[in-house]
Write a protein that binds this ligand. Structure first.
Ligand code: SF4
Length: 408
């Protein structure tokens, strides 16, 4: 076995087998955060979520509610990449049952056509059904908070604690941050320049952690109706069907670390969740009872045979999301499908983003986005400008690649 393979195997084993620290007995005196893990049975998702919230007697401290689901792009309502609008529907039904009607659902997805994102993901229909407001967070008034290397601009109404903030995330693995749960979901409170800064200035994982010090939700809910493993957070990941779980709690870190355990991932190896303990009381199913083992990519390269997409921590969603767009478009556009098939089976293609280095062995090369401009000028390689570049330009570049397979 090669040394690299051996190291990878050891890392994988470490990630899987590290055991949680011993939990203290759950008594009211020890004041440990509580995490509720529930399985959805035969009931509808809305009914189940409503019942779980009722069962734990969730009582918001304010009469005004802001719900932030993870809706990262153009995905179908039941896609494993986004929070199912039925989960949010269940939360709203519960809130209305306890006579709370001032409810806003908001997100700032990466694609600039936010209206279309709300339409495609089913959120427009859901908001209409329950008569709640739908907010494009990009348009919300912002206030600055400072991080060591740059300023973040967060929704003012959240910083001023005008409402109860409910963070609703999805159970997903993430090629850069290992998992995308509630702590990571908060990145969606930022506009595109803010999200981009989290990647290109300082350390991504530390920035996510610092963001969670600046703003915390009052309550967290994780949609595990289905989930995403592998090359998440977008369409390049693989769906885990019928997981049928809902995880809830007030402590964002406790909820995330419990979800990691459920996924079979050691939370101490998730950089933005490190340095936190497993001190929480789990109410309901434990990770031992659920026993999942999510596939978690070690190398930051989305690879299918000869097709390679390289990313680094500096690659923000503006570029990484294009892989998902490409995959979806390939199923609609036969010419593109044929070309991608060729670069998967016969000829190697390397698409580089962030500040990726040119791999020593490579095939045809496309440098994606302004972050790669320096490398493009130095090496005179095919370059797609833009920050973010558009999926159309990437597709056009792939279609134009000729059959010459000599390394550049
Ligand atoms: S070029 Fe791409 S990876 Fe770089 S900041 Fe712009 S969108 Fe993000």
């Amino acid at each position: 076995m090669s040394v690299i393979r051996q190291v990878k195997l050891e890392l994988t084993n470490e990630l899987r087998t590290a055991q949680p620290v011993l939990r203290m007995a759950a008594t009211p005196e020890n004041n440990m955060p509580k995490v509720y893990v529930r399985k959805i049975g035969r009931q509808s998702i809305e009914e189940a979520v409503m019942k779980f919230l009722d069962e734990i007697r969730y009582t918001p401290a304010k009469n005004k509610i802001f719900i932030k689901p993870n809706i990262c792009g153009f995905y179908k309502p039941d896609s494993p990449c986004i929070v199912n609008p039925k989960v949010v529907g269940g939360i709203i039904e519960y809130l209305k049952k306890i006579k709370i009607t001032d409810i806003t659902v908001g997100e700032s997805p990466i694609p600039s056509d936010v209206n279309k994102v709300f339409e495609v993901t089913g959120y427009r229909r859901m908001a209409k059904k329950y008569n709640v407001a739908l907010l494009d967070l990009n348009k919300a008034k912002k206030a600055a908070v400072s991080l060591p290397d740059f300023n973040l601009f967060l929704p003012k109404f959240l910083l001023e604690k005008e409402c109860e903030y409910i963070n609703v995330s999805k159970i997903k693995t993430h090629i850069q941050t290992a998992v995308s749960l509630c702590v990571k979901n908060q990145k969606g409170l930022l506009d595109f320049p803010g999200k981009r800064n989290m990647h290109i200035t300082g350390d991504l994982h530390e920035n996510i952690r610092l963001l969670s010090e600046k703003i915390q939700p009052d309550f967290c809910i994780v949609d595990g109706t289905n989930a995403l493993e592998g090359f998440g957070p977008g369409a390049t990941g693989t769906e885990v069907k019928n997981l049928g779980l809902i995880v809830m709690g007030r402590d964002m870190y406790a909820v995330d670390r419990t979800c990691c355990r459920i996924m079979g991932i050691n939370p101490d190896l998730v950089k933005h969740l490190r340095n936190d303990t497993d001190r929480c009381e789990v109410d309901g199913l434990t990770h031992v009872q659920i026993k999942k083992s999510f596939f978690f990519p070690k190398v930051k390269c989305f690879r299918k045979l000869k097709f390679h997409m390289w990313i680094t921590d500096k690659t923000c969603s503006g570029c990484s999301n294009l892989m998902g767009e490409l995959k979806k478009e390939a199923f609609r556009n036969f010419k593109l499908f044929r070309k991608i098939l060729k670069f998967t089976l016969l000829q190697r293609l390397d698409i580089l983003s962030g500040n990726s280095c040119l791999p020593p062995r490579h095939g045809r090369v496309i440098l994606l986005g302004n972050c790669m401009k320096g490398a493009a000028e130095k090496n005179k390689l095919c370059f797609i400008a833009g920050c973010p570049p558009t999926a159309d330009k990437l597709i056009e570049a792939i279609l134009k690649l000729d059959g010459d397979d000599k390394p550049i």
